[in-house]
Design a protein around this ligand. Sequence first.
Ligand SMILES: Cc1ncc(COP(=O)(O)O)c(C=O)c1O
Length: 361
Amino acid sequence: MNELWSDMVQRTEPYTPGEQANGEDWIKLNTNENPYPPSPRVFKALQQALTSDLRKYPESDPEKLRYALAELHQVSADQVFIGNGSDEVLAFSFMAFFTPGKPIVFPAITYSFYPTYAALFNIAYDPIPLQEDFTLNEKAFYKSEGGVIFPNPNAPTGIVLPLETVERIVSENEGRIVIVDEAYIDFGGKTAIPLITRFDNLLVTRTMSKSRSLAGLRIGYAIGSTTAIEALNRIKNSFNSYTIDQLALTAGVAAVKDTKYFNTIVDAIIQTREQSKKVFESVGFTVLPSAANFLFVHHPEIPAKQLHKSLKDKQILVRHFSKPETEEWLRITIGSDDEMEQFFQQLFDVVNAWTDKSSVY
Ligand SMILES: Cc1ncc(COP(=O)(O)O)c(C=O)c1O
């Protein structure tokens, strides 16, 4: 603490991002990045964008990308808001829709940026414990005082809620915003975007970091009613007029237009995920059913922290969360087939070494 710090800084508990490994030799399965490169159309568009126009500010209202996303999701362009990664869109949403003094609800095991934003913006919250099978307790999300936010699929569990459940949660919160964070929806599950025509209290957030393989360019967006989008624009335009740089805007349009490439890489990841789940189970892991680009896994004997360390010693990064509810689990991002093969070779060594060691005692 420092006496010069504002109250806001004093109460903040910053989010800890996953490590970014230095060097080529690491297998990085810790931040849910896409193992495949962005669409070839992205590289072409970026090359064409490298002109002296970079001296100018980017569009303050990214129209081209808004229109491309509107077409993709069959909504009107004034129902789309674009931000610098969905983290920024989420932060703006906390400011735009949640009010200090009116507690919001989100799952107790979820994306750890939500409690961080809540603390930053002084929003009280009520974390709703998951059920024993790690699914959401639907009714606990009804009739919130200040609003609701949850990822679908949830992170880090990967478990997806059926669209009918999402719809009931939205309709049971009339007059309060329900934010459905669909960062991983392209890997399974049904999007809630079509519900927006019927519910003006629904906001769906999306990212291009995962299924579109553009984490490095930071593009996220929200889809909602025109009044919800206006609220987000009011926040953004009171904060920073140019949140997304010119290169990101250009790349975003190219990525959205390449449906064929998008389908190919998403299908490949889903296939690798299902294959990997079987391999984990064959060596004794419990694996939650995932509709995302990661698996949440637990070994009945080897402590997750130990597994995390042993893999790191072998230059493999996976994600371990040290909160008590999740400390016995690891989140493994789905890599390419080749990366997963190398990962499993090393994992088998760790598991065998542990089994040999424990049989000595
Ligand atoms: C559930 C969830 N929402 C949002 C994000 C943020 O994505 P980005 O800021 O890269 O768009 C992540 C990133 O891992 C996530 O897991």
